[in-house]
Design a protein around this ligand. Structure first.
Ligand code: PRX
Length: 658
């Protein structure tokens, strides 16, 4: 178990507890009794519980026969024999009663607002589905989405789902190189993108990045469909097509492709501790079920709510709680193109007031950055429409939780801290807010049907409060990843390699308190969490050593007051070290990583050192580097270091700090 950061230490001493207000509890979907009944059903009959949920929450073209096939565990197969379509579940099933209800309130970067009814959204999804079919896309074909945050991203995902194509969204901040790797691994035949996108008043180039990725490889790509969001871009004849030309010509009826429950709905690439990002593959039925029920359990979604999840469509949160969960529940949701601090730090609060948002879901990084701007900013806006607040992506420190609860929620809104991962598909550990108290910094208890536990290094359950261990899930659940795209062996060894084929190892450390509440301690592997974004140290290191001047690199995280974690890189360069420092190589390397991987991977600091600390067997002493990065005392045995004086240099003045 890695040493805990100071923020986490403070989390572990947190003892406050907040019961839901009587007003919230009175009208919540769940009270203690209903939740207890749900938990009892799940505990008594895990499969029967999920089967009942799947029958009542999803609409099926053909009912499933077998709830769970575990004969090839850990390659679990849910709801065998069933056929359905995710887009029918998100759109068509609401049309008889809700066609004119607002599905999406889209606010652009410049403040312009568009409203999309369920009928209008359905029409555009059908048109795009037909356009993709015209381009030769059918069941099982992969479509990469490199789109800005906006309605078109949701339409693209829904259109793929409608025709049985498998979408793979790539966050618009990723570089051409990262995009190319993902397109190639997925073997995509179409890329859907935009010319460029406005973000925080700046222009983000998208099509030019796609062009660079395609010129470097990606032989599988036949067409690029381009949504014109700004003033256009260069187009390659025969390959590139405008959305605005092709899509409006299509019919508004698009026969859905009925797919088997396990048919892949999407791939989403995410970082692990080794190698290149892996394509996490999610199924149609199980995934959709998880996204659907958690909207009701954790977000207490009810008719009349206006839901706003601020996550970008390029991350799992933007899949489950923008593209699928809200639509499957016929909700009204806000989608925002821009950033929280532009044109000023009141943007979120102004939008909550303008659109009467009742459920707001964001990341601790955003909360911390807005908290720093002071209480006066939110105080200028009427936030009384809010009734529930959510947090996701990284540990939330009690100070940020309490500010969120008091200043944004006015003390009346429960705060749901939700623990989950790209791989889990949906929220796993979180409060059911009307039915139980919350505690600042704790994601509370596993949801019904989720068998999360904490075990020691040998896999034995840790039942005593206050003992840190590994977070595992002891039974399969419907929204779990089906596999890693094209690599079942990597799936088995990454998640089920440690304690056998029934125990999913999440990669996080956690502990429980006297009430059984879970407290997440952070990653136990070489995965960083920068502003809620997952990055592998190995990825950043390989980007660094790809630079001609770098011979060796080691990357660690260090705590950061806003981002949670920031990247600190130690590099050894060829040629004279002092001259490299004087020539600004450290700064150049920060930029290099941003160009290679994307801006989110830009190191906060690169330290050019003479050598990296290594054990006798030649392994880099990462724990030592981590302690140095966090400014902690070095407690590791350094007697094996060839050159103990190096510690001073590793610790020393930054050569370049951002
Ligand atoms: O370390 C945990 C952290 O984010 C990781 C998953 O990252 P990703 O797959 O990108 O998904 C993020 C959005 C679901 C986890 O292994 N994490 C996520 N939520 C929390 C969290 N850490 C603490 N508290 C949370 N609520």
């Amino acid at each position: 178990m890695s040493a805990t950061a100071p923020e986490i230490e403070s989390v572990l001493h947190e003892e406050r507890s907040f019961a839901p207000s009587p007003a919230f509890a009175a009208s919540a979907n769940f009270n203690g009794e209903r939740l207890a009944a749900l938990r009892a059903h799940a505990a008594a009959d895990h499969e029967g519980f999920w089967a009942a949920q799947a029958r009542t929450q999803l609409c099926w073209q053909q009912p499933f026969g077998q709830t769970l096939d575990d004969s090839h565990a850990p390659l679990y197969r849910w709801f065998g024999g069933g056929r359905l379509n995710a887009s029918v579940n998100c759109l068509d099933r609401h049309l008889p009663t809700r066609a004119q209800d607002t599905a999406i309130i889209f606010e652009r970067d410049d403040g312009e607002v568009q409203r999309w009814t369920y009928a209008a959204l359905h029409e555009e999804v059908c048109r795009l589905g037909n356009a993709l079919r015209l381009l030769g896309i059918g069941k099982g074909d992969r479509v990469v989405l490199y789109l800005p945050m906006g309605v078109q991203a949701v339409i693209a995902m829904q259109a793929c789902a409608r025709i049985g194509a498998v979408h793979s969204a790539v966050f618009g901040g990723f570089s051409a190189e990262s995009l190319k790797d993902r397109i190639e691994d997925a073997g995509a035949s179409v890329v859907i993108t935009a010319d460029a996108a406005p973000r925080g008043g700046k222009r983000v180039e998208l099509k030019a990045t796609v062009d660079r990725a395609l010129s470097a490889g990606c032989g599988s790509v036949e067409h690029v469909l381009v949504f014109q969001r700004l003033d256009g871009c260069a187009m390659q004849a025969g390959r590139d097509l405008w959305w605005q030309t092709l899509v409006p010509q299509q019919a508004t009826h698009c026969e859905p492709e009925w797919v088997e429950s396990e048919h892949p709905l999407f791939l989403l690439y995410t970082s692990g501790s080794t190698g290149k990002p892996k394509g996490v593959q999610h199924s149609t039925a199980g995934y959709l079920l998880g996204a659907t029920v958690t909207m009701q359990w954790v977000f207490d979604l009810q008719p009349g709510d206006v839901f706003w999840c601020t996550a970008d469509i390029g991350w799992i949160t933007g899949h489950s709680y923008v593209a699928y969960g809200p639509l499957a529940n016929a909700a009204t949701q806000v989608i925002f193109e821009g950033v929280p601090t532009w044109p000023d730090g009141e943007r979120f609060w102004r939008m909550i007031a303008a659109h009467k948002v009742s459920i707001f879901y964001t990341a601790p990084t955003a909360i911390r950055s807005l908290m720093r701007l002071g209480d006066e900013l939110p105080a200028r806006h009427d936030l009384s429409s809010l009734r529930l607040l959510g947090s996701v992506g990284e540990p939330i420190n009690p100070a940020a939780w309490l500010w969120y609860q008091r200043v944004i929620g006015g003390g009346r809104c429960p705060v749901v801290d939700t623990w989950w991962q790209t791989e889990t598909g949906a929220i796993m550990i979180a409060p059911v807010p009307g039915a139980m108290p919350t505690k600042p910094g704790s994601c509370t208890l596993p949801l019904p049907g989720i068998c999360a536990e904490i075990v020691d290094e040998d896999g034995h359950p840790l039942s005593k409060p206050g003992h840190g261990g590994l977070l595992v899930v002891g039974k399969p659940w419907p929204s779990m990843l089906s596999t890693i795209w094209g690599d079942d062996a990597r799936y088995c060894s990454t998640y089920f390699g440690r304690f056998g084929k029934t125990i999913y190892v999440a990669g996080d450390g956690a502990q429980r308190d006297e009430d059984g509440y879970f407290w997440i301690l952070g990653r136990i592997d070489d995965v960083l969490n920068v502003s809620g974004h997952r990055l592998g140290t190995a990825e950043v290191e390989s980007a660094l050593v790809a630079h001609p001047r770098v011979t060796e690199a080691a990357v660690v995280g260090r705590s950061h007051p806003v981002k949670g974690e920031a990247i600190l890189a130690f590099v050894v360069v060829n040629g004279a070290r002092e001259a490299a420092i004087a020539a600004g190589l450290a700064q150049e390397l920060c930029q290099w990583v941003a160009t290679q991987l994307g801006a989110i991977a830009r190191p906060d600091e690169v330290r050019i050192v003479e050598q990296l600390p290594k054990t006798r067997s030649g392994k880099i002493m990462r724990r030592l580097l981590r302690s140095i990065g966090r400014g902690e005392a070095v407690t590791q045995d350094v007697s094996t270091l060839e050159n103990p004086a190096i510690i001073e240099q590793l610790r020393g003045e930054p050569a370049f700090g951002a």
